[in-house]
Design a protein around this ligand. Structure first.
Ligand SMILES: Nc1nc2c(ncn2[C@@H]2O[C@H](COP(=O)(O)OP(=O)(O)OP(=O)(O)O)[C@@H](O)[C@H]2O)c(=O)[nH]1
Ligand SMILES: [Mg+2]
Length: 411
């Protein structure tokens, strides 16, 4: 049965909560499953057709805002030499488009919206993001909160900054999750060697055929590849591509969830070893029983002698101190057996916490159980003393007691 990703996440969350409550997995790993990210581009909208979400991402000063302004044909996003310049996300979309569910916890002051009326660009929401490589932590947070909602990431670099370490780590972490396009902006001062080197770097990061556009966002721009970039994105903004992107996204997320759950499964021990546990316990318990029985023979004798001498006090009075069946020795022996079981379970690679919790209850109750079971056995024995043979013999003797004198008299 094919489950939707959200259903699978719900099931995994319920399982994680339950398993953590019983001690099968620790709280930390349960939290990882419970906090599984459900955010996707679709979650920004209620059901129905939605636009493609494209975002300019990259280090500070590479020209992300300049690219958006060029696209809009006017200055909708702030650009400048101050680093970082943008401290908010700028959305540029058709006036008919409305994001119904904005990402949670996002301060509304950090979103700027500019609208247009161009029908041809109706199916795309463009976004200019702040940088994520300066010390401005709130910028980085803002980018990270928006990332899961983006379909196509246009990763912008400049000739000087395409080997950025922080950007690199983000690329590797997010590589598989999105569709990527690359822009080498400020090409007016770029060299072809830098372009080739950038391509090689991307190759190393796992992008086998990276699409790189060389752009210039200055007034005296020569023939750059900005129009190609626009065309490529325009060709992606179809229902079919959107469906493909969504499908790929779901598959990837399912895969990630599966990996997480599988790694949890490893920590629970193999099914085979779990099946062996009852046999392990039976073997241990037999040994413990033999020992306990040996240890009980003396107190049993003492108790029997006491009751034989005080038949009138039977049941109503407990045996005096020192004649308890379940004494400290028996409890210690019983505890040792349970400890040994826990140790064996640990050696089998099975989590011991659930066993510890359950066995703690039995440890405390052992004395009480033995007391009540012994009393019950004594009562049953008193109600029906001896074994079956003895009882038949007794009955025959009783009948003989009557019949024999009578027959003697008759004779
Ligand atoms: N030479 C040259 N300068 C450019 C080009 N594109 C942008 N710039 C300049 O680069 C500087 C930074 O541009 P922004 O668009 O603000 O860069 P940003 O990536 O948005 O920067 P943050 O908002 O800080 O992340 C500005 O002074 C722009 O004028 C270009 O193609 N060539
Ligand atoms: Mg900017």
């Amino acid at each position: 049965m094919a489950y939707a990703y959200s259903e699978l996440v719900e099931k995994a969350k319920t399982w994680a909560e339950h398993a953590a409550a019983l001690g099968w997995i620790n709280q930390e790993t349960a939290k990882q499953l419970i906090e599984t990210d459900l955010r996707t581009p679709e979650t920004l909208f209620n059901n129905g057709a939605r636009p493609l979400i494209v975002a300019f991402l990259g280090g500070s000063g590479v020209g992300k805002s300049s690219l958006l302004n060029r696209l809009a044909g006017k200055a909708i996003a702030r650009t400048g030499i101050e680093r970082p310049t943008s401290r908010e996300v700028t959305l540029y979309h058709h006036q008919s488009v409305a994001i119904q569910n904005l990402p949670e916890q996002l301060p509304i002051t950090q979103i700027k919206i500019a609208q247009h009326e161009e029908e041809a660009k109706k199916n795309i929401i463009w976004m200019d993001m702040p940088d994520f490589d300066t010390t401005e932590q709130s910028n980085k947070q803002l980018v990270l909160q928006w990332l899961p909602h983006i379909d196509v990431l246009v990763y912008v670099v400049s000739p000087e900054r395409y080997r950025d370490e922080k950007a690199w780590r983000l690329l590797l972490a997010e590589g598989a999750r999105h569709a990527w396009l690359f822009v080498l902006n400020q090409w007016d001062r770029g060299l072809i060697e830098q372009h080739d080197d950038f391509r090689q770097q991307l190759h190393k990061a796992g992008f086998f055929e990276p699409i790189i556009f060389k752009t210039v966002c200055l007034d005296d721009r020569a023939h750059d590849e900005f129009c190609k970039l626009e065309e490529t994105i325009g060709s992606l903004a179809t229902t079919h591509v959107l469906e493909q992107l969504e499908c790929r996204n779901q598959q990837l997320r399912k895969q990630e969830l599966k990996q997480k759950l599988n790694s949890q499964l490893q920590t629970l021990g193999s099914e085979q070893t779990c099946q062996q546990l009852p046999r392990l316990w039976q073997h241990q318990w037999q040994e413990a029983c033999t020992q306990l029985q040996q240890g009980f023979s003396w107190p049993l004798q003492q108790t029997a002698v006491y009751y034989a001498q005080h038949a009138a006090d039977l049941i109503t009075h407990a045996a005096p101190n020192g004649l308890t069946l379940w004494d400290d020795w028996a409890q210690t022996r019983f505890n040792d057996t349970l400890d040994e079981l826990i140790l064996n379970i640990d050696h089998q690679g099975i989590p011991i916490q659930p066993f510890k919790t359950r066995l703690a209850v039995i440890r405390d109750k052992a004395a009480k159980i033995i007391q009540s079971q012994t009393e019950l056995a004594v009562r049953q024995a008193l109600a029906n003393p001896g074994n079956a043979l003895q009882r038949v013999f007794l009955k025959t003797m009783r009948i003989c007691e009557i019949i024999l004198p009578l027959s003697a008299m008759a004779w």
